[in-house]
Design a binder for this molecule. Sequence first.
Ligand code: HEC
Length: 113
Amino acid sequence: MKIMFMLTAALFLSVMLMQHNAVSMEAANESAVKSIVLPAIDSDLKEGAGKDKVATYCNICHSPDYISMQPPFPADKWSAIVHKMIVVFGAPVNEADSRTIIDYLSSNYGTGK
Ligand code: HEC
């Protein structure tokens, strides 16, 4: 009778140990380095002179969809928007580049005025 109890206890212990090993292996896998793939920002800005500046500076805080989803604006409205991005939000765009960007936006997303 005693031997039966010992065998049952040994069997129970080995099952417990196997489970423990399985759990700790899972934990080890969870702590392994994982990688994720981020979607690339697909800038579908229209081709045109100054597109590179817009793609560089107007992509820092938000997607270029903020530009392409706007209705056509006259040049002074684009100028006001670009200056708001610089003055209010701190877009790091110098005066020369801001003129290039305003020209690009007015030509490609403008009303022609
Ligand atoms: C420093 C961060 C930053 C940069 C760089 C930036 N923007 Fe923005 N932009 C914002 C924020 C914040 C908003 C949202 C403003 C709001 O909700 O009123 C915004 C909104 C906009 C909008 C939506 C209309 C509006 O007036 O809110 C347009 C268009 C836009 N940005 C164009 C541009 C262009 C063009 C550039 C490149 C010169 C640019 N942004 C660069 C921060 C930035």
